[in-house]
Design a protein around this ligand. Structure first.
Ligand code: ADP
Ligand code: ADP
Length: 216
């Protein structure tokens, strides 16, 4: 199964990606996570990406695409993958399509997580991430007042780009650059929308129900 998750920042892509990828036994490939790992590791890629991420802008396409090409070439991605956060504009989607075609592969499904702006802002304002295992939490919805991860005991942190100013800009970037993907994939006839409101487990169930018919 070759699957892409799209939706605005805060829609719950990362949260759902953890469960969907594990249900389908495919690797979860999150470009945001790969960039953040490079930033913490102090690599050249990380230094470059950080300047864009801090502003809430997209990292240039050539850098992002080269990184995704390398990741998709790895052994574990040959029989399927779940992409979270890529593609994020139409040029990336076109290159992904051509890249997969060269490898005699294609996307099976693009799942759009649908939530309104108000909910997105609430979700981003309370998002916390575990510095040790990467699991995503929410201060209010998961009642995480102690800043400790229930899964591994690691310390939770707030992402720099979840500060209010940057969030507003990221939402604009989504509207301008990423949302045209909805139409692009609808025209390719591989887009399915899922209501992403309500408890996490319910959203996962809705997503799995939408995915199953395509999972072969
Ligand atoms: P969110 O989960 O809030 O949607 P991500 O973790 O996916 O955010 O991405 C964080 C940042 O990483 C983005 O704001 C952008 O700077 C960079 N990034 C991630 N994926 C891409 C991509 N496909 N193209 C360009 N930049 C990206
Ligand atoms: P994205 O990857 O799309 O930016 P995340 O998965 O990081 O979104 O989720 C953003 C925030 O919203 C996190 O704090 C997460 O715990 C929370 N969240 C995700 N799904 C739900 C949900 N169904 N209900 C409430 N909060 C959610």
């Amino acid at each position: 199964m070759r699957l892409v998750l799209v939706g605005p920042p805060g829609a719950g892509k990362g949260t759902q990606a953890q469960f969907i990828a594990s249900n389908l036994s495919i690797p979860k490939i999150s470009t945001g996570d790969i960039f953040r790992a490079n930033v913490s590791g102090g690599t050249e890629l990380g230094k470059l990406a950080k300047t864009y991420m801090d502003r809430g802008d997209l990292v240039p396409d050539e850098v992002t695409i080269a990184m995704v090409r390398d990741r998709l070439s790895e052994e574990d991605a040959q029989d399927g993958f779940l992409l979270d956060g890529f593609p994020r504009n139409v040029p990336q989607a076109e290159i992904l399509r051509d890249m997969l075609k060269d490898w005699e592969q294609k996307l099976d499904l693009v799942l759009e997580l649908v939530v309104d702006d108000e909910e997105v802002v609430r979700r981003l304002a309370g998002r916390r991430t575990c510095s040790q295992c990467g699991r995503i939490w929410h201060v209010e919805f998961d009642d995480k007042r102690d800043d400790i991860c229930d899964v591994c005991g690691g310390t939770l942190f707030q992402r720099d780009d979840d500060k209010e100013e940057t969030v507003r800009h990221r939402l604009e970037v989504y509207q301008q650059q990423t949302s045209p993907l909805i139409r692009f994939y609808a025209e390719e006839d591989i887009l399915v929308g899922v209501d992403a409101t309500g408890p996490v487990e319910e959203v996962t169930q809705r997503a799995m129900k939408a995915i199953r018919p395509y999972a072969g």
